[in-house]
Design a protein around this ligand. Structure first.
Ligand SMILES: Nc1ncnc2c1ncn2[C@@H]1O[C@H](COP(=O)(O)OP(=O)(O)OP(=O)(O)O)[C@@H](O)[C@H]1O
Ligand SMILES: O=C(O)C1=C[C@@H](O)[C@@H](O)[C@H](O)C1
Ligand SMILES: [Mg+2]
Length: 171
């Protein structure tokens, strides 16, 4: 049985906030790979993107995420991990991939300034274009899709736990 849970979804979809609470409820370890990247590089994510460019950042993100070793963990990667092929293959092997789906208008409201937040945006790309491009990848990789629309954080955690318990045949 693949015991790890890996959250994917747009930046600000709640991978880190929902992830840590879910880990606590399951008695799992919690790993935020954005923090691992910052620790490894000794810099903030935004600084790495400024210095290395988006491609340089994605190389580091791919390497860090592809090397995560865990058994019973909830893993919250950055939103751009879906561009990292080795990392996504690794996650498919070690766990269940949970896609936190949030409608575009809500993402727009949560992210005030995407570039300042350090989102991996291509030159001239709008947040809407990024959303559409990534949603296709999220759907492609997801084992489970959780729709957050209209739910509070607590309700989203309950939904994740219920769906998980269902697919693990615990009820
Ligand atoms: N229903 C909800 N579920 C999750 N987060 C919510 C919800 N409503 C509001 N939020 C807010 O959205 C933000 C989610 O941020 P968080 O850092 O967890 O996202 P993330 O998916 O980890 O992003 P990143 O890809 O940048 O790491 C938080 O500020 C949280 O308070
Ligand atoms: O979705 C994104 O493009 C990103 C999200 C953050 O978590 C970081 O991983 C980084 O700033 C890129
Ligand atoms: Mg996060």
């Amino acid at each position: 049985m693949k015991k790890n849970l890996i959250f994917i979804g747009m930046p600000a979809s709640g991978k880190s906030t929902i992830g840590v609470v879910t880990a606590k409820r399951l008695g799992y370890r919690f790993i935020d790979t954005d923090l691992m990247i910052q620790e490894q590089e000794g810099k903030l994510l935004r600084e790495i993107i400024e210095e290395r460019g988006t491609d340089g950042f994605l190389e580091i993100e791919n390497q860090v995420n592809a090397s995560v070793q865990a058994e019973k963990a909830v893993i919250a990667p950055g939103g751009s991990v879906v561009y990292c092929e080795n990392a996504m293959e690794h996650y498919k092997e070690i766990g269940t991939i949970v896609y936190l789906h949030v409608p575009y208008t809500e993402i727009e409201a949560r992210i005030q300034n995407a570039r300042n937040r350090g989102v991996v945006l291509k030159e001239g790309q709008t947040l809407r274009e990024l959303y559409d491009e990534r949603c296709r990848l999220f759907e492609q990789y997801a084992d489970v899709r959780i729709n957050e629309d209209g739910l509070s954080m607590g309700e989203t955690v309950e939904k994740v736990l219920a769906v998980l318990s269902d697919i693990r045949g615990e009820n």
